[in-house]
Design a protein around this ligand. Structure first.
Ligand code: ATP
Ligand code: MG
Length: 401
């Protein structure tokens, strides 16, 4: 099989392949970019695999960066682009179902392709556009099937992250997981407890953000994999209502929004603990918590300026979209209007600060002044006080009386 029109991303990277070949080694495009090109999907990061060892690769190019030399990866900087060039490798002994104890560099492309997770991720593409397909990936691609390379049970036993990747690819590609592969994913799901939470998070997050997230989540639930993910044991029923209650065509606009709805649907009363156990960043935790808080507030209240000021339009809109996804009434115009009516969006927008109160009104720093500044902020947000120096000074004088 030959790709007639080599996408521009590959064209631009051709000189890299050619240089490696001129030096006497093999080089191919590999991984997700080849799969996506065959599916006519947009390509991101073009990965290159080669028979040259890292030290040899570094001698071929002027500018390289050691980004993961122990795994055989050298970053090549060429023609304004950056390319990850990785030596063909095998992964011998797996420890703790996580990572191989060591990788061995090899000269054979086939050995390298064998260690890849799914047949549609195990293509190589040469400089002429010929697709090398050792495991029936083209046939699987045609039928939209996700199938493990080799003996499925062994592959998931080696690296349980592949189970999460399987659900994620079902969600992003709209592929059906082949029966044996699915059976092995189900059987090995308990091993998910052994892999790093950060890696599981990345895959679960990609799943939720994917166009066919319902498909990926349904497959995950059928395998009962949720029982082995942080804080999700026995959540099958709740995840089912997540699917049932959410509008069929709904897609999440941000990760924060996706995790907020997950928390709401799981009925968790401590979002922070949940997000911590997934080892997410504190900024992520804060934003997700805010979306959840706005969502619950909105169940019994109308939005007003203080909420817009406190949470910001961006997060308020995300919560409103979640209402829409649950078939609840929405009012996006009101959000825009309230936001436009706000004369300040942050306390730093206030034209008067503590220093000025000390200098110009002779006030003393301390809790009392803090309370007065808070009152100024509130009055401005509510529209009861202009963000104007004279008006604020007058207001402060009244408060201090
Ligand atoms: P994406 O489009 O999301 O980047 P991808 O297929 O490129 O998808 P990557 O995580 O970037 O996925 O990995 C690149 C390639 O490396 C995969 O296509 C696959 O061949 C291989 N790979 C990655 N992770 C694993 C793994 N855990 N086990 C086996 N092979 C893997
Ligand atoms: Mg990739």
């Amino acid at each position: 099989m030959r790709l007639k029109n080599l996408p521009s991303e590959f064209q631009e990277a051709l000189p890299i392949l050619e240089k490696i070949k001129t030096a006497g080694y093999e080089a191919y495009f590999v991984g997700g970019s080849v799969r996506d090109a065959l599916l006519n999907r947009p390509i991101h990061d073009v990965d290159i695999a080669t028979s040259s060892y890292p030290e040899e690769t570094k001698r071929i190019f002027h500018r390289t960066v050691d980004v993961g030399i122990e795994h055989g990866t050298v970053l090549v900087l060429e023609n304004g682009g950056e390319y990850e060039v990785t030596t063909f490798r095998t992964e011998d002994v797996y420890v703790d179902y996580r990572r191989p104890k060591s990788v061995s560099f090899v000269r054979s492309l086939e050995e390298d392709l064998k260690r890849r997770d799914f047949t549609v991720n195990a293509f190589a593409l040469d400089e002429e556009g010929t697709v090398i397909d050792k495991f029936g990936g083209l046939e699987d691609l045609k039928h939209h099937i996700l199938r493990a390379v080799g003996v499925a049970a062994e592959r998931f036993n080696e690296d349980a992250l592949r189970i999460m990747r399987g659900f994620r690819f079902a969600a992003s590609l709209d592929f059906t997981i082949e029966e044996e592969t699915f059976k092995a994913m189900t059987e090995h799901a308990p091993l998910l407890e052994k892999i790093s939470v950060e890696r599981s998070f990345i895959e679960f997050d990609k799943l939720l953000m994917a166009p066919f997230w319902r498909k990926g989540l349904s497959a995950l639930m059928t395998s009962q994999a949720q029982d082995y993910l942080p804080h999700m044991r026995h959540s099958h029923g709740k995840l089912q209502s997540f699917l049932d209650d959410t509008e069929q065509s709904f897609r999440f606009s941000t990760s924060e929004q996706a995790w907020a709805l997950l928390i709401i649907k799981l009925g968790l009363d401590n979002p922070r603990a949940f997000l911590k156990s997934w080892k997410t960043s504190s900024q992520f935790q804060k934003d997700v918590e805010k979306i959840v808080a706005i969502y619950y507030f909105r169940l019994t209240n109308n939005l007003d300026k203080p909420e817009l000021y406190r949470y910001g339009k961006y997060l308020v809109k995300q919560a409103e979209e979640l209402r829409q996804s649950q078939g609840l009434s929405v009012d996006f115009t009101r959000i825009d209007e309230l936001d436009q009516d706000l004369t300040i969006h942050d306390k730093h927008d206030i034209v008067v600060n503590g220093g000025m109160l000390i200098k110009e009104l002779g006030m003393k720093p301390g809790p009392e002044m803090g309370a007065i500044l808070k009152a100024v902020e509130e009055a401005i947000v509510l529209g009861n006080l202009a963000n104007d120096k004279a008006a604020i000074f007058e207001f402060v004088a009244e408060q201090a009386d």
